[in-house]
Design a protein around this ligand. Structure first.
Ligand code: SAM
Length: 262
């Protein structure tokens, strides 16, 4: 682990009010916030979406297997806690590439006895390695539907790493009835000056980052059946609070969608 290099998991932990972050992560967080001051609000709204979507999948949608890539540091409402509170037999495989998440992974392995969880230290940019992992095979039955969770993770995959191919390869391993859940920071609400300043701040922050437009985000879902309300802001995906109490989609600037593999 390189303590002089900021990492997205610890920066996100800082924005969520956690303590598992270093000075270099807080510095990086401040650089991003200098261009996008509502970034901590965006992180909180993203996390609230995560809870709502897992509640829906484990409940009404009847999905009891989750492959959560880009898990982040353990936090309130980890996927297995939410899913197993609805269906105790739920099985979850967590994947992250930050060694500090590995250090804290014990908190992700507190499965209900009827279910199962596993943690894999791996990089999303090598999806075949994730799919070939023995712990994944031991934990998930790949002949039954799986929810592939890529929540606030794909914007760390820049174009050189072919993000669309990564998602395509992961989905190809999942049977019909599986679901793709994704959230992604968007540039749609930024003026050209704000966009330029965000790109510059992201470069300076030490964490590669790619803001995408709604059209670029929607491409990840080509060939899948979008669940209502389709591609939208995390704020507006099946919200539980009245509109007057919700932050603006501009301040959050985070797109999401959930879709079923036909
Ligand atoms: C912003 S956090 C999101 C955490 C959680 N999914 C959520 O939405 O609450 C993004 C996570 O993706 C992980 N990540 C970024 N790039 C990755 C990669 N190439 N492979 C695996 N994980 C990655 C980071 O370490 C971080 O924990």
């Amino acid at each position: 682990m390189d303590p002089t290099k900021a990492h997205p998991s610890r920066r996100y932990n800082y924005w969520l009010g956690g303590k598992d972050n270093f000075a270099v992560d807080r510095k990086s967080a401040q650089v991003v916030a200098s261009a996008f001051p509502t970034v901590a609000l965006s992180a909180r709204e993203n996390r609230a979406f995560l809870k709502r979507v897992v509640t829906h999948l484990a409940g009404a949608a009847g999905i009891h297997q989750f492959l959560d890539i880009g898990t982040g540091l353990p936090s309130a409402g980890n996927v297995h806690e939410v899913a197993q509170s609805i269906e105790p037999t739920s099985r979850i495989v967590y994947v992250d590439n930050d060694p500090v998440v590995l250090v804290h992974a014990r908190a992700l392995l507190t499965s209900e006895p009827a279910g199962r969880t596993a943690y894999i230290q791996a990089d999303l940019r090598d999806p075949d390695k994730i799919l070939a992992n023995a712990d994944l095979a031991r934990t998930l039955d790949m002949s039954r539907p799986v929810a592939l969770m890529l929540v606030a993770t794909m914007h760390f995959i820049t174009d050189e790493d072919d993000p669309y191919d990564i998602v395509r390869r992961l989905l190809a391993a999942l049977p019909p009835g599986s679901h793709l859940v994704m959230t992604h920071a968007t540039k749609d609400h930024l003026t050209s000056e704000q966009y330029a300043s965000s790109v510059e701040a992201n470069e300076r922050s030490g964490v590669p980052f790619r803001l995408r437009s709604r059209a670029e985000f929607s491409r990840f879902f080509d060939g899948l059946d979008l669940l209502p309300p389709g591609v939208t802001s995390v704020v507006e995906w099946r919200p539980e609070v009245p509109e007057a109490e919700r932050p603006s989609v501009e301040d959050v600037s985070m797109l999401c969608a959930v879709a079923r593999v036909p």
